[in-house]
Design a protein around this ligand. Structure first.
Ligand SMILES: Cc1cc2nc3c(=O)[nH]c(=O)nc-3n(C[C@H](O)[C@H](O)[C@H](O)COP(=O)(O)O)c2cc1C
Length: 378
């Protein structure tokens, strides 16, 4: 196995192991990708003031969130079309999350069904809902999530219009992917991925394909993009709030006003997120808006953050800046694209070791202490 020292090593390897259209879909962002870069740079720019002469012989990165103890303060983020990163890769991530003691989030447009995720991940399974244009589909997805026994449901609110991702446009990327000469050439260059994908079955939208009126690759791709809707508004979110008995958490809020309103209508928490820089380059980074949001919603309201987290050091900075919990998107998915099914376990162990090293170095032996006297400096 090649030596992996950080998330970037996974990324480098992933680029060599999976077809370009898949890597670009994972790695890319909106427009010229300034937001994507800004997300990571904003985390890098934060500094941590150390406390010395603190007994850090025992370091504990576990935390309690949504009434449960987790071994680390993060979940894996919902990833649409995750099945194209590695055959069976989504299930491998879910299994690694359970083994590591953290939540796994199933995305509405995932290639693994919400029912299967629940079988694999049990109480570690969270669900992410996209509210599509077709009302019966949304109702059915919510009913299915309820029947499967999900408690935590993210409702993604930051995709009112489709994004412009230049890499995907240049690659003419569609999901399910279409068999063009360029795609076939990319598959020939990545035989292990291609063979595995053939054996495992071409990735499909496991939660959603049943709702498409016409089957087939192109109709399915058209159906998926036709479901993006700008109609979803505060009234719709409130109705969902009243309908869903479990925890409902809007994902993709960035302004203090929006977060206060979500709290007011009874949401159980918020994911402060710019969708990993995938929707619009000019949005602020989520880590820079987080402190003001924390100040506004109060110290006890559950806040999750994502977008740009690439290390245990970044996770520590997120918690020290006011988050209770994090979501990791690319940082975990690169690992499955780089090493196949064993990748996520390696990534989660590495992130834990990174967090422990940072906490030890700055003299904060527990996650709780990070919150009481935050070490973050601008
Ligand atoms: C390939 C990919 C697919 C994604 N699909 C979804 C999705 O289906 N639903 C969703 O709410 N967010 C989706 N996201 C956004 C992630 O849940 C998360 O907000 C983002 O990846 C966080 O940024 P990071 O990748 O820098 O950690 C996706 C992100 C990536 C990279």
């Amino acid at each position: 196995m090649p030596t992996i020292t950080c998330v970037d090593d996974f990324r480098t390897l992933a680029r060599r192991r999976i077809p370009r259209f898949a890597f670009d879909y994972l790695d890319g962002g909106a427009g010229h990708e300034i937001g994507l870069r800004r997300n990571v740079e904003a985390f890098d720019a934060l500094k941590l003031m150390p406390r010395m002469l603190v007994n850090v012989d025992k370091i504990d990165v576990s935390t309690t969130f949504f009434g449960r103890k987790w071994s680390m303060p993060f979940a894996t983020a919902p990833i649409g079309a995750g099945g194209i990163m590695w055959p069976g890769g989504e299930e491998a991530i879910a299994r690694a999350a359970v083994e590591a003691g953290i939540p796994y989030t199933n995305a509405t447009p995932a290639c693994i069904s919400l029912e299967r995720v629940k079988e694999v991940a049990g109480d570690n399974a969270w669900f992410q809902l996209y509210v599509g244009r077709a009302e019966p589909m949304v109702q059915d997805l919510v009913n299915r999530a309820e029947a499967a026994g999900y408690d935590v449901m993210f409702v993604t609110v930051d995709v009112p219009v489709p994004p412009r991702r230049l890499r995907d446009l240049r690659n003419r990327f569609t999901m399910p992917f279409a068999w063009s000469p360029s795609v076939i050439w990319q598959l020939v260059q990545r035989p292990q991925w291609s063979l595995g994908t053939l054996m495992n079955g071409i990735p499909r939208f496991a939660n959603m394909e049943r709702y498409a009126p016409i089957k087939g690759v192109q109709p399915m791709a058209r159906y998926m993009s036709s479901q993006v809707t700008g109609k979803f508004d505060w009234d719709s979110l409130k109705k969902l709030r009243d309908r869903w008995k479990g925890k409902i958490v809007p994902k993709g809020l960035m302004s203090v006003e929006d977060c206060l309103r979500a709290k007011e209508i009874g949401c159980d928490g918020i994911v402060v997120s710019n969708h990993g820089g995938r929707q619009l380059g000019s949005l602020p980074s989520s880590i820079e808006v987080l402190p003001a949001i924390r100040a506004a919603v109060g110290k006890d309201f559950p806040l999750i953050i994502d977008s740009g987290i690439r290390s245990g050091e970044h996770i520590v900075k997120a918690i020290a800046s006011g988050a209770d919990f994090c979501l990791l998107g690319r940082a975990v998915v690169y690992s499955v694209a780089a090493l196949g099914k064993p990748g996520p376990k390696v990534a989660l162990e590495m992130l834990k070791a990174e967090m422990e090293q940072v906490l030890g170095q700055i003299g904060y032996p527990t996650i709780a202490e990070l919150k009481t006297k935050p070490p973050v400096m601008d």
